[in-house]
Design a protein around this ligand. Structure first.
Ligand SMILES: Nc1ncnc2c1ncn2[C@@H]1O[C@H](COP(=O)(O)OP(=O)(O)OP(=O)(O)O)[C@@H](O)[C@H]1O
Length: 453
């Protein structure tokens, strides 16, 4: 099995793949945990250990004791694990889903858990004003940040997209770290996500940065996310915009000069900054936009020599982006509307949350009810009755019907739909699950019928 080696916090080496004597093809598995206490060392029989070292020892043992199989999601902490109960907010299994989808159940002997320990920053965003002092030219977060906690898990795509982005970024950082000659092998550390509005591109960029900040914590003691406000870079003064871009990148450059700082630069709607120069040359755009594109490309090439920066960009209209920019992106991933499976899973997670918070009731004290996943549902013979629900398979069936009806809706609209449905039920203080799902179906049909064509 190939696993990423977990490094103790403060270690010098980046995570590297390690071969272990395990059945071939066994999966990667990572546990992410959040620490809440401020103390940072413990005395034990093994000498003084920091939190992360101690967790790396305790957690795999706890997992071994508790279960035979793994699935993604939080792991309840056992009552006898006092150290974990006192110091750890959450233990979560990640990245086992791909294996489970392809091979079914994942048993404990097929994995060697890789443990990442982290503490969330609660500082919130800092901002920097642009030349005109009207808009913030960028917002900046210390990662991993509280705001982005759980975003990675909440985004649902067809198998492989999230893993592909994670692997790409890990390779890009490794190539730079190992000093691969860029004249021989070329890579830019630029990602372009494109696709229709509301498909989660911006959220995916932020979540990817958060995930990488956790994975690479042992190599980079600090991680920052800089979200560029493209619109603030357009000055009302002719010819000033190019200078504003240069000024912004000067700030970013100062951040990356600190070699232990991993910096993610997020440029949303990159087409506004990197508008196709062809259009400008044909006279339909002001020539200031050419200066902006030129400044952006020059600054990006300059940043390329720094190993600790990754540029994440998104666009709704790829055809409007300058070809020289598109060419620089290593990965150009299309993020499309959710598939039937993703739609079902998005709606399932919404319903699950409404059941947990008792906004929707299941008549049996159901905060713990687990709705079946799409894969389980598809594998369930229709004659089987569910013990969880009084209405047999009505709930999952209605949920699946809603997912089918929602074809064409974006992920953003889908996450809003349960709220709209709740606002439409007759009694918002008592909302039975079946009634709720029926209203959800009606709301979905209405949303689709009323969507602008
Ligand atoms: N595939 C998905 N899975 C789960 N949630 C999703 C998905 N796609 C979108 N969402 C939800 O929609 C919200 C909005 O997504 P986001 O703003 O990142 O999309 P976007 O593609 O960047 O949109 P735009 O192009 O309009 O800026 C997300 O925070 C998330 O809650």
């Amino acid at each position: 099995m190939e696993v990423s080696v977990q490094n103790p916090a403060g270690g010098e080496e980046p995570p590297v793949p390690e071969k272990l004597a395990e059945p071939a093809g066994a999966p990667l598995l990572a546990d992410d945990k959040v620490l809440v206490s401020e103390n940072d060392s413990f005395h034990s029989e093994r000498g003084t250990l920091c939190y992360s070292q101690l967790c790396s020892l305790v957690i795999p043992k706890m997992l071994e004791k508790r279960s035979l199989s793994y699935t993604d999601g939080p792991v309840p902490l056992p009552n006898d694990e006092l150290f974990l109960l006192e110091n750890v907010r959450r233990v979560q299994i990640c990245d086992s889903d791909e294996w489970v989808q392809n091979h079914g159940i994942l048993l404990f002997w097929q994995v060697k858990p890789v443990v990442y320990v982290y503490q969330l920053s609660e500082d919130g965003p800092g901002e920097e004003l642009s030349g005109d002092d009207m808009f913030a030219s960028f917002n900046e977060w210390i990662l991993p940040a509280k705001e982005f906690d759980g975003v990675w898990e909440s985004l649902i795509y067809e198998t492989g997209l999230k893993q592909r982005l994670l692997c790409y970024a890990a390779s890009a950082l490794l190539f730079t770290e190992k000093g691969v000659d860029p004249c021989l092998v070329s890579w830019n550390r630029i990602i372009l996500l494109h696709g229709p509005p509301g498909t989660g591109k911006t959220s995916l960029c932020k979540a990817l940065a958060q995930k990488l900040s956790i994975r690479f914590k042992s190599r980079y003691s600090q991680c920052q996310l800089v979200e560029v406000n493209a619109h603030s870079l357009f000055s009302k003064w002719f010819s000033e915009s190019g200078k504003l871009v240069a000024k912004l990148f000067q700030k970013i450059q100062e951040m990356v000069e600190e070699e232990n700082n991993l910096v993610f630069v997020l440029i949303d709607e990159v087409e506004s900054l990197a508008a196709a120069r062809k259009a400008a040359l044909s006279g339909s755009e002001p020539s200031d936009s050419i200066r902006v594109v030129n400044a952006l490309l020059t600054q990006m090439d300059r940043l390329k020599s720094w190993p600790n920066v990754i540029i994440l960009t998104t666009s709704n209209i790829t055809t409007a982006i300058d070809i020289a920019f598109v060419d620089r992106a290593d990965i150009k991933a299309y993020v499309g509307p959710p598939t039937i499976q993703a739609r079902y899973e998005i709606l399932r997670s919404c319903l699950q949350e409404l059941i947990r918070t008792e906004i929707v009731s299941c008549s049996q004290g159901h905060e713990r009810v687990m709705l079946p996943t799409y894969t389980t549902l598809r594998g369930t013979p229709s004659s089987t009755t569910s013990q969880e629900f009084p209405h047999s398979l009505d709930v999952p069936k209605l949920l699946l019907e809603a997912a089918e009806v929602c074809q064409g809706l974006s992920g953003r609209s889908l996450r809003k739909l349960p709220f709209l449905a709740h606002a439409a039920v007759a009694n918002p203080y008592y909302c039975d699950v079946i009634k709720f799902l029926q209203t959800l179906l009606e709301t979905a049909r209405r949303e689709i019928a009323e969507a602008p064509s």
